[in-house]
Design a protein around this ligand. Sequence first.
Ligand SMILES: CC(C)(COP(=O)(O)OP(=O)(O)OC[C@H]1O[C@@H](n2cnc3c(N)ncnc32)[C@H](O)[C@@H]1OP(=O)(O)O)[C@@H](O)C(=O)NCCC(=O)NCCS
Length: 169
Amino acid sequence: MESKHPQDSKTTMTDSVLPSETNAIHTLFGGELLARMDRAASIAAQRHSGKIVVTASVNHVAFKHPVPLGSIVTVEAKVSRAFKSSMEVYIDVWVDNKTSKGSIKVNEAIYTFVAVDNTGSPVVIPQLVPETDEEIKRFEGALRRKQLSLVLAGKMKAQDATELKALFN
Ligand SMILES: CC(C)(COP(=O)(O)OP(=O)(O)OC[C@H]1O[C@@H](n2cnc3c(N)ncnc32)[C@H](O)[C@@H]1OP(=O)(O)O)[C@@H](O)C(=O)NCCC(=O)NCCS
């Protein structure tokens, strides 16, 4: 199976913020952003694996800045590491700067997807080869994040999370 690069899965989705997608103070509702990120990340995971994918876990989300009504929001997702059947996907979120060119980063998240067959059973996926400095950094941290996610989900014993434990040694 041929390996792939993060760029092969890059998925960019731009959309505005409508009144029905905001909270009581007229900024983007968190659940709406989670759904947008899940959609972009699932396409990235599908592009990497060429398979049906399901969200296995939301590992990290940081809502750094509120996103006002009317903002133009861009969600970018890329696979940061592939394991046997699971993939870590990194999502970066930007809002267009209203007063000048460019954009402001408002959010970052990490999701895990699993490639499955028609019966929902996990299937083997291509490996991922990172290229840029940022892609290498994200790739290197992915195994400990996978172990943390599995420990929190009750699927791995803390004492078996060797990569995670090494952080504290
Ligand atoms: C995700 C799912 C397919 C995993 O099935 P499973 O029986 O636990 O399968 P396995 O134990 O073989 O795990 C498959 C892979 O997922 C990984 N995985 C499972 N749960 C995970 C979690 N919480 N965090 C990170 N990775 C996880 C495993 O480590 C394994 O990775 P690998 O094959 O790359 O080494 C299954 O739990 C499922 O279908 N969940 C529902 C998914 C869904 O409906 N999502 C949408 C929610 S609305």
